[in-house]
Design a protein around this ligand. Structure first.
Ligand code: GLC
Length: 478
């Protein structure tokens, strides 16, 4: 019999999304249910941001009192079933009826409330999970409270780090203000003199996972650990990396309604998509010109400093380049002016448009993703789904999913470079161009791209094994 798992998360597609976390929380439960017979349910905050069409479908389940320090807040719990998965939502006007999702001065308090609300909900729901599985800092305290309060007999906990950079920091006096825990528990929540929600999850969870094997190694080092690396020396044996998959039904060039010409492997069809895109964006129409794209948040993590150092130089080649995304002023400004300077070669679309994103994946030859760090990364996997060659920096999940093309033995499904250095990126771009113009090598590379498979199947199985192992270790201790 499959396990009962409760995912605790701050975002989930299709209800609310700011990043890759929502994709994982939105797609992994379905695969765990289908392939592993697990009953995975998801609990989320009920943000005002969630579309009314979803809110109309929710039904009230219960209302609970949630202590937040001296405050006694009320939470209404709603539920909804979507594509066979059961979702719970915790509603409180004061904390969640606001514009957007994060970025408030009291985000710490909002997620103390949410995590405490999850624990209270467990006492009224007719669902008693075997495992509570928290995702990222916003759910770290749910893992900690579960361990301390023990709301469900024998329940185990897993904590997944999607990005260790964001930790959820609360001033230390928040311990009396917001928590209802005996003082001996402060040590499990504190790091460097502050309360740290990410640390509390890492400290309390039975098992810790992160979203790629390479990132699991990287976060043990000062360079990638964002100050938390010493924690992992004590928890080495409980930390594993499981690579994220991609939703192969959602991102499927054979059925994608946003792209002009659907295809499986056909380069002819990809060229048709390229011509349509060139027309749409006002670029010279020529299906032979190699097309490089980026679909990204325009922030430091995504390697924009490298791009802005070398893009003008690379555009002296006979290539076209399209950037789609929004983000920091510095990079938006750069992209805008670079496009002005390179009119027939570069288009910067500073906005977000899902249909255009799909058209870029479908039309392009190369997908550029030179991240400073990348716990897993989804875009390179989508690119591979659309038979587009990724060019990445060898970090985190990029290193685990893209193997550099090797001319000698014909292996590899992309291009990569090792150091966070603009000229290493430029070299990789120029090398990719040389391979593009060598038809034998190019077709070998494309065959490898066509064979790449990052569906959720294997990774969901790894999670199922992990849940299973928790239960076993419990019975052994018993
Ligand atoms: C975060 C990471 C990204 C990862 C995603 C889902 O957004 O930055 O690399 O793919 O979480 O796990």
């Amino acid at each position: 019999m499959g396990k009962k798992i409760l995912f605790v998360a701050s975002e989930c597609s299709p209800f609310v999304k700011t990043g890759g976390l929502a994709d994982v929380v939105g797609s992994l439960p379905q695969v765990l249910k289908k392939n592993e017979e697990a009953d995975v349910r998801v609990i989320l905050p009920l943000y005002d941001e969630i579309d009314p069409s979803w809110q109309e479908q929710m039904e009230w389940v219960a209302s609970v009192h949630v202590p937040v320090g001296w405050r006694n807040q009320e939470a209404n719990i709603y539920q909804l079933t979507h594509q066979d998965i059961h979702y719970y939502f915790i509603d409180n006007d004061y904390y969640f009826t606001r514009k957007g999702v994060y970025g408030y001065y009291d985000d710490g308090e909002r997620f103390v409330f949410f995590c405490q609300g999850v624990i209270e909900a467990l006492s009224v729901l007719d669902f008693q999970p075997d495992v509570l599985h928290g995702h990222d800092w916003q759910a770290g305290l749910a893992v900690a409270f579960a361990k301390i309060v023990n709301p469900v007999k024998d329940m185990k906990t897993v904590f997944t780090i999607h990005n260790i950079k964001y930790q959820g920091i609360i001033p230390k006096d928040g311990f009396e203000e917001l928590f209802n825990l005996p003082p001996e528990h402060i040590g499990g929540l504190e790091w460097n003199g502050l309360l740290n929600c990410m640390k509390s999850g890492i400290f309390h969870a039975d098992k810790i996972t992160t979203v790629s094997p390479t990132y699991a190694e990287e976060i043990k080092t000062p360079y990638y650990g964002e100050g938390l690396h010493p924690l992992f020396s004590q928890r080495q044996d409980d930390l594993i990396g499981i690579i994220n998959g991609v939703d192969v039904d959602e991102y499927n060039p054979m059925t994608d309604p946003h792209i002009p010409a659907n295809y499986k492997y056909s380069r002819v069809k990809k060229k048709e998509n390229k011509e349509s895109l060139q027309k749409k964006l006002g670029l010279p129409i020529d299906s032979e010109i190699p097309l490089y794209v980026m679909v990204t948040r325009l922030v430091e993590q995504k390697g924009l400093h490298l791009v802005q150092t070398i893009l003008d130089e690379f555009l002296q080649e006979d290539v076209q380049f399209v950037v789609l995304g929004t983000g920091d002023y510095e990079f938006e400004n750069y992209c805008y002016h670079a496009a002005e300077r390179n009119k027939d070669k570069l288009v910067s679309y500073l906005g977000f448009d899902e249909a255009l994103a799909r058209q870029l994946y479908a039309a392009s030859d190369f997908f550029v993703m030179p991240s400073l760090f990348e716990p897993c990364g989804l875009s390179q996997l989508i690119a591979l789904q659309y038979k587009t060659v990724p060019i990445v920096r060898e970090t985190g999940g990029l290193k685990d999913t893209v193997t550099p093309f090797n001319e000698l033995d014909g292996t590899g499904n992309g291009f990569s470079f090792s150091n966070y250095n603009a000229h290493e990126l430029l070299h990789a771009l120029k090398y990719s161009l040389a391979i593009y113009h060598d038809s034998d090598k190019w077709s070998t590379l494309l065959k490898n791209v066509n064979k790449s498979n990052f569906s959720w199947k294997d990774s969901a199985h790894e999670y199922a094994n992990l849940y299973e192992s928790l239960q076993e270790s419990f019975s052994l201790q018993d």
